[in-house]
Design a protein around this ligand. Structure first.
Ligand code: NAP
Length: 304
């Protein structure tokens, strides 16, 4: 527990910065529920898989290879490993097929996997790799599985406060390839803004059903996510860790709250931080942009 975890007050629902995944799921029986988690083999995805599995859920854990997924889920009683390389549409579609073949309605799709701050522009299918991995891959996965979502299914999309580093106009629709104006943090921010807009548009489209979609910021946590940062920045993170950063169990709390807590069942189209509703940038509330992103993502998905 960091210094900040000790001193930050709890939010309106009694949970907050220092709450852990175990705290927010305490006493919740997830037996009979099925939860798909991307990026189940590392960081807060691994912690979420372990916690939600320990509460009784059947965890379908997706990782870039079956070996990684299998290893991550090894300690869980009731789980299924699947392969999902989010930057490869064929792999994502094969994952959709494999999940459907299990014949289990999905109670939660937890879009957790992500990459951060690639120092140089990399692309997949003509799109900036950060945007492709963090948003387009999840867009193909979620839209492919929408008809497998249970009646009260929840879609939980892991974004970041770093969405505030996105371009001031929001998604740069004229430069989705990143070729005109790439920078590591701007483009990471854009991909995380896309996560929020995707959740908001999904929530809008699910209105009138009991299905919900929300996005979240997990906090700042020392995980493998920092692998692309330079040495000085990583040393800075390590120094800040005991003072300001969340532990991995704290970092997994907000997504586990949204995946499992009864109080989150009827909340949709929101952005959460520290297990409570939080405010995004104005761009993160721009529903015209959310609609445009959906159409653009559909067009990309149709050609890749
Ligand atoms: N840590 C933080 O401070 C922080 C802050 C804000 C938001 N977040 C968000 O939290 C989420 C989880 O991050 P983390 O901190 O737990 O990082 P992490 O330990 O690096 O875990 C990221 C996971 O995503 C997977 N992944 C990466 N690229 C992928 C791809 N192309 N296809 C499929 N899976 C892929 C990784 O698989 P491999 O292990 O095989 O690479 C890993 O399982 C991310 O969405 C991140 O943006 C984290």
């Amino acid at each position: 527990m960091s210094l900040l975890s000790r001193i930050k007050p709890k939010g309106p629902n009694g949970f907050g910065y220092g709450s852990t995944a175990a705290d927010v799921t305490e006493g919740i029986d997830l037996k009979g529920r099925t939860i798909l988690i991307t990026g189940c083999n590392s960081g807060i995805g691994l912690e979420s898989a372990r916690t939600l599995g320990a509460r009784g859920a059947h965890v379908i854990g997706a990782a870039r290879s079956l070996g990684k997924a299998g290893e991550a889920l090894a300690g869980l009683k009731d789980s299924t490993p699947v392969t999902c390389e989010l930057s490869e549409p064929d792999s994502v579609r094969a994952c959709v097929k494999a999940v459907k073949a299990l014949g289990r309605p999905l109670d939660v799709i937890l879009c957790n996997a992500g990459i951060m701050a690639l120092p140089k522009l990399e692309q997949r299918h003509g799109v900036d790799l950060q945007l492709f991995t963090n948003h387009i891959g999840h867009f193909i996965l979620v839209t492919g599985l929408l008809d497998s979502l249970s009646d009260a299914g929840r879609i939980v999309i892991v974004s970041s406060e770093a969405h505030k580093n996105a371009p001031s106009e929001g998604i740069d629709f004229d430069d989705l390839s990143g070729e005109k104006r790439y920078s590591a943090w701007r483009n990471y921010g854009q991909s995380k803004l896309a996560n929020i807009l995707f959740a908001r548009e999904l929530a809008k489209r699910l209105k009138g059903t009991s299905k919900v979609a929300n996005a979240l910021h997990p906090g700042v946590i020392q995980t493998n996510l920092a692998r692309h940062m330079n040495v000085a920045a990583r040393v800075g993170v390590a120094i800040a860790n005991p003072l300001f950063l969340k532990t991995i169990p704290e970092g997994a709390a907000t997504q586990c709250y949204l995946a499992a807590h009864p109080d989150a069942a009827a909340v949709s189209g929101e952005y959460f931080s520290d297990c409570n509703v939080a405010r995004t940038s104005p761009q993160g509330r721009d529903m015209a942009q959310a609609a445009r992103l959906w159409e653009t993502s559909e067009a990309i998905a149709a050609r890749v």
